[in-house]
Design a protein around this ligand. Structure first.
Ligand code: TYM
Length: 343
């Protein structure tokens, strides 16, 4: 049987990219594979790589747990916990960082993007990487530790995490080769990339939909109302081709993104959906997309509002999840410590 692990940062309510690109797949995997061990984590330590308001982080951390329950993660079937409640994540991250060359971390596109951002924000020339915090560089090692701590075999994520997953495999392999008797210590984790692996910004279809983009109209949140969803979809950037809808991601990225979203919402192949919508204009397509998104989120949205108020239940889920995570990871760390010579 497989061990599935994935995580999400508690930086605000998830958007449609998180949901269609990852979270909906978590629920599917949980429900369709009762024989698998399934572990999902809210990764608070990763959130600290960017400045956070501590008061808001407390709320976001709890809200993220409520969202995961609201979309159908079932704590009876899955281990659901806060990464930061289990200090073995950082212990393993330290050990792994000592066998990971910094050159590999500097090649991560997420690091390069941070570097480019800070150059832009600081007028190009002055900034070099010495201004960025070390956590931004070592972030993928912590992610590898999250996965390897549970000896996970499969990791459901969106396309933007593919490179981090490759690094995790690499680090697992290095550990297995470096320490005597460790050749089977860590399985090399496989990425399970969701079919709707990359949902784009509604305002700039050259970028992925993201939590950090300045324009809130570029993303749909799982808690948006029907009216907000309709307004954001109506204002989505498409193209000036007026006759008919086609799926052509390179020539028509905005229109194709709407088709990707629609296909994911109704759980159909995007080409079938495109064929069905071929005779529509952009206005008609947008109306179809808005109602499909609304139909998808209406249940989770109501459930979220109900669960988020039940602080006692949320605390109980967090506590039980942490205990289960702790028990599994303790077994790994006994072996890791022994192999590196720290038992
Ligand atoms: P995070 O919190 O940025 O995103 C959570 C999940 O959402 C997916 N995703 C998208 N998928 C499609 N289109 C988009 N526009 C889009 N935006 C986000 C991401 O691919 C991800 O699956 N480093 C990770 C969190 C993490 C993790 C882990 C994941 C920490 N440790 C261990 C897996 C295993 C992150 O920042 O995801």
């Amino acid at each position: 049987p497989r061990t599935i692990f994935s995580g999400i940062q508690p930086t605000g309510i998830p958007h449609l990219g998180n949901y269609l690109g990852a979270l909906s797949n978590w629920v599917k995997i949980q429900n369709e594979n009762p024989q698998d061990r399934v572990i999902f984590s809210v990764v608070g330590w990763h959130a600290l790589t960017l400045p956070q308001n501590p008061k808001e982080l407390v709320a976001s951390r709890r809200d993220m747990l409520a969202v995961l329950l609201a979309i159908g993660i079932d704590p009876k079937r899955s281990i659901l916990f806060h990464q930061d409640a289990n200090a073995m994540h950082t212990e393993l991250a330290w050990i792994l960082s000592c066998i990971t060359p910094t050159g590999k971390l500097r090649r991560m596109t997420s690091w390069k993007a941070r570097l480019a951002e800070s150059r832009n924000a600081n007028d190009e020339s002055e900034v070099d990487e010495s201004m960025l915090n070390a956590g931004l560089l070592t972030y993928p090692v912590l992610q590898a530790a999250d996965i390897l701590l549970y000896r996970a075999t499969h990791v459901p994520v969106g396309e933007d995490q593919r490179q981090h997953l490759e690094l995790s495999r690499d680090i697992a392999d290095t550990f297995n080769r470096t320490f005597k008797g460790s050749s089977r210590m860590f399985p090399l984790p496989t990425a399970l990339i969701t079919p709707s692996k990359r949902i784009l910004s509604l305002k700039d279809p050259s970028a992925k939909m993201s939590k950090s983009a300045a324009d809130p109209a570029s993303r749909i949140l799982l808690t948006d109302s029907a009216a907000q969803i309709a307004a954001k979809v109506r204002a989505a950037v498409t193209d000036s081709i007026t006759t008919g809808v086609t799926y052509d991601p390179s020539a028509r990225p905005g229109t194709s993104n709407l088709l990707t979203i629609l296909a994911a919402c109704v759980d159909e192949d995007v080409h079938d959906v495109a064929a069905r919508c071929a005779g529509m204009n952009h206005g008609e397509l947008k109306a179809e997309v808005a109602s499909a998104v609304e139909a998808l989120v209406t249940g989770p949205r109501a459930e979220f509002e109900r669960i988020r108020g039940d602080v006692g239940y949320l605390d109980q889920v967090a506590q039980e999840g942490a205990a289960a995570a702790y028990e599994l990871s303790a077994q790994t760390m006994v072996q890791v410590r022994a192999r590196v010579g720290l038992n």
